[in-house]
Design a protein. Structure first.
Length: 147
């Protein structure tokens, strides 16, 4: 009986982890640090949001808009990211979305595809509890020319 309860608790915990999309321990970076590194050329910034979101808020300056919502699926997202980093899967990348959920998922996706240095700007463009986000920090934005 004790083993059944322990196994049940483990299964519930694993399912909760998977469903929540949690990636405990995955590296994150704050928006100002990501921007500073991108300006220096030490980091490639990628916005994974939709074109509609880019039109609404603009995109961060130095940020490459590569939507995870590509009509051709995640394979197209992968190849667009790979093209942006010149085929170098070791090049440092930071991903941003609205509030950090989608960038977290795409961080896991890119790591599974062999990218080795993928950071998540977990506060996103709009912020989340305890982190104001790119826009509230008054980091530079520009209209999306590709939207």
């Amino acid at each position: 009986m004790k083993y059944w309860i322990a196994a049940h608790i483990c299964i519930v915990g694993i399912c909760t982890f998977i469903i929540s999309g949690a990636t405990a321990g995955e590296p994150t970076i704050a928006a100002p640090q990501a921007f500073d590194r991108a300006v220096k050329g030490d980091l490639v910034l990628i916005d994974v949001r939709s074109p509609q979101e880019w039109r609404r808020t603009g995109i961060g300056k130095t940020v490459h808009p590569i939507t995870m919502h590509d009509p051709n699926g995640l394979e197209a997202f992968y190849y667009n990211v790979l093209k942006t980093v010149g085929g170098d899967k070791t090049k440092p990348i930071a991903l941003i979305c609205a509030r950090g959920n989608r960038s977290d998922r795409m961080q896991s996706f890119l790591k599974a595809q062999g990218f080795t240095q993928v950071l998540d700007i977990s506060e996103g463009m709009l912020g989340r509890p305890g982190a104001p986000g790119w826009l509230a920090r008054n980091l530079p934005t520009e209209p999306c020319s590709k939207c």
